[in-house]
Design a protein around this ligand. Sequence first.
Ligand code: PMP
Length: 444
Amino acid sequence: MTDRNDELFDEARRVIPGGVNSPVRAYGSVGGSPRFLGSARGAYVTDAAGREYVDLVASWGPALLGHAQPEVVAAVQEAASRGLSFGAPTEGEVELAELIAARVAFGDPSTGSGINPIDRVRLVSTGTEATMTAIRLARGYTGRDLLIKFAGHYHGHSDGLLAAAGSGVATLALPGSAGVPAPIAAQTLVLPYNDPTALEEAFAIHGERIAAIIVEAASANMGVVPPAAGFNAFLADIAHRHGALLILDEVLTGFRVHPAGFWGLQQAAGERYTPDLFTFGKVVGGGMPLAALGGRADVMDALAPVGPVYQAGTLSGNPLSVAAGLATLRLATPDVYARVDAAAAVVAHALDSALSAEGVVHSVPRAGSLFGVAFRDGIPTTYDEAQDQEAWRYAPFFHATLDAGVSLPPSVFEAWFLTAAHDDDALGRIVEALPAAARAAAEA
Ligand code: PMP
């Protein structure tokens, strides 16, 4: 039976490569036509055939408060009425930069007893730009070229970050995509995640050439794979011992898992460390194109026009995006995080129970309110382990939930996103859909 989504997918593929403007939207690993969405409100999205789904994609993270939160929409409408883009500084950008810096702090920095790692913030439009700029800045600041990233971590699609591991921890990377020149990939070392020994080895060999380590604060782009206790603090320590910087990529986790991001969650749990640069995206723009990087004054001031590292953007700090980000962060009170945490706990528990009841081998990895499913015994700790699972069970599982009116991320290697708008009714619909989905996974 074809419906409007199928018709649109056919039409889309004639004019857009693969029918989508970002690959994972194409349902490539689960099959079928992606749902073309017409509207979204609260915990729900509505497709082109008029069907409503409880949504666990949340625009891949930004919709912390739920879709089309009325005060956020009103803030954007009000900003739009004053002009769509100026290409000049605005008051809102200053407020948003101050708000980001104030939230990402721990303890009481004013008395010297706290940590306040962000003095300056630059606003950009996408997470890709934020990480790309952070890396250029780290290279410009340190005068070094090499970058360490971890296998399975995603930091956007700039050339140097689409690098695949070479053989052995000391080997420079190979291109991770067609079109990435080998000499550019070779400026990156791709190491196994959660493996301090691999870092010690890489720094022992290349230490004086390494500008920075970039790491997802908690990895969530190979499924959810949380950092081992102490790993992020170890990264800060080894980087600093060798004169390199630590770039903590909070594009996905920032302002989503805690008012001060995953870093804030770790500070609250007693894992103290200070990254040199942070990158943010998704929630910080409240669903509009906005991302940011922030860090210490001496590092950030290497950016133009103060310093020699160039970066710019016609739409950087766009007033509509800034309005959405400001409204979202102001509404994202501790109570919102408590609601998202509670909703995540309900769904993660129901997911675990449903799969256990059907005898499906699985684990439910978690990092704060982020979680996902892995069809393997035990929580993965590396990319190799994340890939070592019965991933084929996800397609039937996914389609069973979709048929029941629940929209999950269309890949087993993505996190499930709850929002503050997932009330008892929305959660009930998800919980009801899971047993049949688990059965479909068991039969696959
Ligand atoms: N870093 C991380 C950790 C991400 O999850 C993403 C996107 N999912 C990016 C960077 C890139 O952000 P964007 O898609 O806005 O370019």
